[in-house]
Design a protein around this ligand. Structure first.
Ligand code: THU
Length: 133
């Protein structure tokens, strides 16, 4: 099975663990790191709504905890007619661990439907250079 299909399957699988009693919107994310390790996460909501976390946030936290810091591919899956994209905060989180080839794959329950470079989704990311000004 190709790397991307198995990455999609991982995201689909972890989506089943999403804790989304408030929005009822379950999301799964899976990361393939530059070292070919796979990490995944789901959204975890909270009764105090702003404390909820996105699936991408969970997957990235798992990646860093696992010792990897470069994302080759990230798949995000939800059950939605309109393909969902990572929120602005998660785009910045992906950017933190991205290079020019990092790809963001958007999926529904059937599979990956669209692929973007992170630079296409967040062309004007706040970056380290700006921090130095
Ligand atoms: N959500 C994600 O986990 N990832 C996204 O890319 C978009 C939104 C979650 C946050 C919240 O738990 C629910 O989906 C509805 O916004």
């Amino acid at each position: 099975m190709s790397d991307l299909i198995s990455l999609f399957n991982k995201a689909l699988q972890i989506r089943q663990n999403a804790y989304a009693p408030y929005s009822k919107f379950c999301v799964g994310a899976a990361v393939l790191s530059s070292n070919d390790n796979v990490y995944s996460g789901c959204n975890v909501e909270n009764v105090s709504y702003p404390n909820g976390t996105c699936a991408e946030t969970g997957a990235i936290a798992a990646m860093v905890a696992g010792g990897d810091v470069l994302i080759k591919d990230i798949v995000v899956v939800a059950d939605s007619k309109v393909l969902i994209k990572p929120c602005g905060a998660c785009l910045q989180r992906i950017f933190e661990f991205a290079d020019n080839n990092t790809k963001v794959h958007l999926a529904d329950l059937e599979g990956i439907k669209k692929t973007y470079l992170i630079s296409e989704l967040l062309p004007l990311a706040f970056n380290e250079e700006e921090l130095k000004q």
